[in-house]
Design a protein around this ligand. Structure first.
Ligand code: FDA
Length: 392
């Protein structure tokens, strides 16, 4: 059995960050992963350019049963600390929109940077290792298909079950449960919605249509970004954002014209362009395929002047206050992250160590802290990884 100071399960964003931090502090660190390459999700993130952080990162951009939990780590290792590392490695980047920072080139540069920093800390990385048992005697003992390893400190960094075909698992929850840590029920987040019935027919017909500026809301929580119709329902950044807040059965309010007043525009057009068709006028407000789909059959071939105000107001209502009740989501297969996870009440917000299991830490997506779309989830991985790496 080989002994280390720290064993980290998971060579993803959080695990590599914890490893390089602990390694550079002189700890003997082993990182174990069942995948054949480290940082797989980093490599595919941000369309291959990795949206590695957000200039506007702040605790209110995260969901958790304890909304205060992420504050300490986010304040101690900030987006600017990570940006410094990126700049030190000469990685060119740009702000795309809403504070989101992306690599100019490939996301691979971020993985290479993390591995270079880990190498500076003499971190040992063992890939292709299937973990068969985790137990605690004097030390934590990890059994794998290629040997046993032990250490007084163990960091769980195996992420959440989103995108299982990439090797994502709920393994961290199993290990946490074994050590008595509570779990907030995990659920897919940042995930497209599915529709049903007539709404599905409508949305399928509109698949590929994008509304560049839509406001979607559940109660007071609202996001204004692009929305996309799909063969199964709705997607696009605005939908992914609100999906993290959605509970089954809840209504999502869609405003496809947040800057305008559709009712006023249609009634005004009825006076000023009485001979025009509804779909023509509507197409000046929303994409033309959407305008055609929202025009009732009875109104299709008639002039605006012949249409009752009531009908125009009903169409305007759909454009700006569409009450959409998703049938469900596209699930873990399409979810960019997993919400819920290891309950933060069992962990120290300073160190990520389990209060009742000294030496056991949990970081990254495995923990019940979930960021908005836009680089926030990586920032949580960096910040929580750093906090644990500094503590072990
Ligand atoms: P992560 O999933 O990165 O790493 C977990 C590691 O554990 C993996 O290497 C895995 O192989 C390993 N593992 C899992 N189970 C194991 C087991 N049983 N045994 C051994 N090893 C195991 N976020 C963001 O901020 N900006 C972005 O641009 C994107 N883009 C994006 C695109 C797509 C398609 C997805 C799916 C996700 C994103 N994200 C994102 C989210 C981001 O990728 C995610 O939040 C972080 O990678 C989480 O980091 P972790 O280290 O916690 O888990």
């Amino acid at each position: 059995m080989t002994t280390y100071d720290v064993i980290i399960l998971g060579a993803g964003a959080a695990g590599l960050m914890a490893a390089l931090t602990a390694g550079q502090r002189g700890r003997r660190v082993l990182v174990l992963d069942h995948a054949e390459v480290p940082g797989k999700k980093i490599l595919i993130s941000g369309g291959g350019r990795c949206n590695f952080t957000n200039l506007e990162c702040a605790p209110d951009k995260f969901l958790s049963n304890n909304r205060h939990f992420a504050k300490s780590a986010l304040a101690r290792y900030t987006q600017f600390d990570f940006i410094d590392m990126v700049a030190r490695h000469g990685i060119a980047y740009h702000e795309k929109t809403l504070g989101q920072l992306f690599c100019d080139g490939s996301a691979r540069a971020i993985v290479t940077m993390l591995l270079d920093e880990a190498a500076r800390g003499d971190v040992t990385l063992k890939l292709n290792h299937a973990i068969t048992d985790v137990r605690r005697a004097d030390h934590f003992v990890i059994e794998t298909d290629k040997g046993s390893f032990s250490a007084p400190a163990l960091i769980l960094a195996t992420g959440g079950p989103s995108i299982p075909k990439m090797g994502a698992t709920g393994f961290a929850y199993e290990v946490a449960k074994r050590f008595g840590l509570p779990i907030i029920p995990p659920r897919p987040a940042l995930v497209p919605f599915t529709a049903g019935g007539a709404e599905l027919d409508l949305m399928t017909g509109l698949a590929g249509v994008a509304v560049p500026d839509a406001r979607v809301s559940i109660g007071k929580r609202a996001f204004r970004e692009a929305l996309l119709f799909t063969h199964r329902g709705l997607s696009g950044p605005a939908i992914l954002q609100i999906s993290s807040y959605w509970q089954p059965g809840e209504t999502v309010r869609l405003d496809l014209l947040p800057e305008g007043d559709a009712a006023e525009a249609l009634l005004a057009a009825k006076r000023s362009r009485a001979k025009s068709e509804l779909k023509t006028i509507l197409a000046q407000l929303v994409p033309s395929r959407l305008a055609a789909a929202l025009t009732p059959e009875a109104a299709a071939a008639r002039a605006l002047a012949d249409l009752p105000d009531k009908l125009l107001l009903a169409v305007a209502e759909k454009v700006q206050r569409w009450p959409f009740i998703p049938v469900g989501t596209e699930g873990y297969a399409k979810a960019e992250v997993t919400a819920g996870g290891i309950d933060t009440k069992a962990l120290s917000s300073q160190t990520m160590e389990a209060a009742d299991v000294p030496g056991l830490y949990a970081i990254g997506e495995a923990v019940d802290v979930t960021g908005w779309l836009g680089g926030y989830n990586f920032q949580w991985a960096w910040s929580s990884g750093w906090a644990a790496g500094m503590a072990v």
